[in-house]
Design a protein around this ligand. Sequence first.
Ligand code: ZN
Length: 131
Amino acid sequence: MKEKLINAAFAAQKNAYVPYSKFKIGAAVLLRDGKIIQGANIENASYSLTMCGERNAVYRAYCEGYKKDDIVALAISSNCRPAATPCGACRQVLYELIPENTPIYLVNSYGDEIETTPKELLPCGFSKESL
Ligand code: ZN
């Protein structure tokens, strides 16, 4: 299933809309029922409106009715070396919207793979328990 998830991230990466940075990111979320939901980064001429691939994938899962405990893994693909890691905003979103020990596979077109988790990406993260 992990390989299928990673392949789905690379497939989604092809749909990235990145006319400004040319920095394509793909993402894929694996759900408890076996479904995979993909995302890619989408840029905008008004740069701050750009949305990262992993956030698009996780938001899509929520939009389809899935919740935090339905998410069992996430893959994020890039063409850079080392493999791209989530930006700070995405780390905050992942910390809240997927379980803290969810495996996140950071992969690139060179065949490199790093496995991490939301908790590793954002130690001492801010959450609703912080409020
Ligand atoms: Zn991001």
